[in-house]
Design a protein around this ligand. Structure first.
Ligand SMILES: [Cu+2]
Length: 98
């Protein structure tokens, strides 16, 4: 078995880290409030068909991992993905928009 070239592996790892993992149907929004202690974020966002939200709104989302909130602050433009679960909506991915 051929071993992968170490440099190629390193380059692939760097690419994996910098390449956006947000899907095309991600929701655009902006941050209203960040609550890292409780792993929650308040987001204003436009219509989000994937979540069954037909109108723009401001709402509180849980986040899968409080680490997702690192570096986010009110006023930031973001793109995010969320899923509905028994207790509400949970952000699974979020990144700052341009
Ligand atoms: Cu919403």
């Amino acid at each position: 078995m051929r071993m992968p070239h170490p440099l190629t592996t390193a380059a692939a790892l760097v690419l994996a880290l910098v390449t956006p993992v947000i899907a095309a149907d991600a929701i655009s929004g902006d941050v209203k409030k960040v609550d890292e202690a409780n792993a929650k974020i308040t987001l204003h966002h436009g219509p989000a068909k994937s979540l069954g939200m037909d109108e723009a709104m401001t709402m509180v989302y849980r986040v899968k991992d409080a680490a997702l909130l690192k570096g986010l602050k009110p006023g930031d433009k973001v793109k995010f993905e969320a899923q509905e679960d028994a207790s509400g909506y949970t952000v699974t991915k979020i990144e700052k928009g341009k």
